[in-house]
Design a protein around this ligand. Structure first.
Ligand SMILES: [Zn+2]
Length: 164
């Protein structure tokens, strides 16, 4: 009998970002994770079936899927840090490079957020009709009762009111 299966080999590559985790709500470090997927024959990995790229919350281990481009950007940050630690580039040059790549990453996050927002106008309309107390209660106590789009809309509404 031939035994065929699948195997995932996750590899943590290093800390690459810091922001609020949508699941545990901690402002936490995120680690870059590459998951290599293989088809196995008699439990031995034979054929690679592609990679998945994630970042993982250092506290609750919640994972967010990255685009290939985002993964490359984060990987570039790790490269810059390792070249710097080997004294191959100056601190000044390292900072310049990190600023540039961070700018690209933030830009991309903003674009993704805008795309998500456009698709959820009805949710933001719904959130805008809630009182401050209701918003906070949904976000901090009752989040499990709502779908993720509503939670994002609620979070945006809370941020909007904070600044006005
Ligand atoms: Zn978390």
């Amino acid at each position: 009998m031939i035994i065929v299966g699948f195997k995932n080999t996750p590899r943590i590559l290093g800390t690459v970002d810091k922001f609020e985790c949508p699941k545990c709500l901690n402002n936490t470090n995120w680690e870059l994770l590459s998951v290599e997927k293989y088809l196995t024959l008699f439990f031995i990995p034979i054929i690679p079936t592609g990679n998945e790229y994630n970042i993982i919350c250092a506290i609750c281990k919640h994972q967010e899927i990255l685009s290939k481009q985002n993964f490359k950007n984060y990987n570039l940050k790790l490269d810059i840090e390792s070249t710097f630690s080997e004294n191959k580039i100056s601190e000044n040059k390292r900072n310049l490079k990190l600023n540039e790549i961070n700018r690209i990453i933030e830009e991309d996050k903003k674009n993704q957020k805008n795309i998500a927002l456009q698709g959820s106008k009805e949710w933001s309309d719904l959130a805008s009709k809630k009182s401050n107390e209701e918003l906070l209660s949904i976000y901090f106590k009752e989040r499990h009762k709502y779908n993720p789009s509503m939670i994002i809309a609620v979070k945006n509404e809370i941020e909007k009111r904070k600044f006005n």
